[in-house]
Design a protein around this ligand. Sequence first.
Ligand SMILES: Cc1cc2nc3c(=O)[nH]c(=O)nc-3n(C[C@H](O)[C@H](O)[C@H](O)COP(=O)(O)OP(=O)(O)OC[C@H]3O[C@@H](n4cnc5c(N)ncnc54)[C@H](O)[C@@H]3O)c2cc1C
Length: 231
Amino acid sequence: MSKQSYTAEVTAVTRQSPSLVRVELGGAGLADFRSLGVPDEACVFEFPTPDTPRRHLPEPGRWYSLAEVGPQRMALGIVLHPGGRGSGWAERATVGETLRITEHNSWFKRPDDAAWQILLGDITALPAFARICAESALPTQVVLEVPDPGDEVPIAGGAGAVDVRWVHNADLAASSTLGDLVRELPRPEGPGYVYVAGESKATRTARKFLRDEWRLGNDRFGAIGYWRHAR
Ligand SMILES: Cc1cc2nc3c(=O)[nH]c(=O)nc-3n(C[C@H](O)[C@H](O)[C@H](O)COP(=O)(O)OP(=O)(O)OC[C@H]3O[C@@H](n4cnc5c(N)ncnc54)[C@H](O)[C@@H]3O)c2cc1C
């Protein structure tokens, strides 16, 4: 985990789908930023104050995956949902505003001997999953729960075959189905890796299933809570 801070400038904002806004960042403030080289890497971003776009709110930032990263540039996919500082900012983000990066980490720890991978998540995991697929040479099964059919943003495979199953759940903000979807996964033969990312309670259910039913060791899967349902 790195806690070095950087200031990134918004260079483009695009509506990718009904629920996703793509935000591209760049600028001299990223000159010393280095990718961790792990495709799920994510950073904490602090948002600008509404009236002074180059100053940042003192409240805690939010984690977003780096859908793309390169020298002095990165791209995020921010999910729009009711309420929320990050979501609200993305809806009205404009070129020239700045975000402050305060933390940088990754959780995807696929063993070298993995012959396949399974990625199970909701729309918040789409940016990370798309990058994992693009940077992998393994046969990959992806199951993605999205609120709207229009959120089926194409996922391109790298050198490996990628099979994507889209699951539509208009009620995702209130209730995720990842805990059920994990039970429907076909299990490939041989050593592999399963990565689950999405709503926290649902990822806990998936973790329990993979540990107790599939009997995977801790090095064979990761289940990461990306956000929580409102209580
Ligand atoms: C490692 C990591 C990587 C992540 N990558 C991404 C990413 O690439 N794109 C992305 O959009 N998110 C990503 N997230 C999730 C994101 O950090 C959370 O969804 C965060 O809460 C959004 O902040 P907010 O300010 O919009 O909402 P908050 O102020 O945190 O929450 C406001 C309300 O919205 C609810 N809420 C929060 N997120 C969602 C949601 N997605 N859908 C419905 N309701 C929600 C909360 O329960 C709360 O009631 C990632 C999280 C982690 C830990």
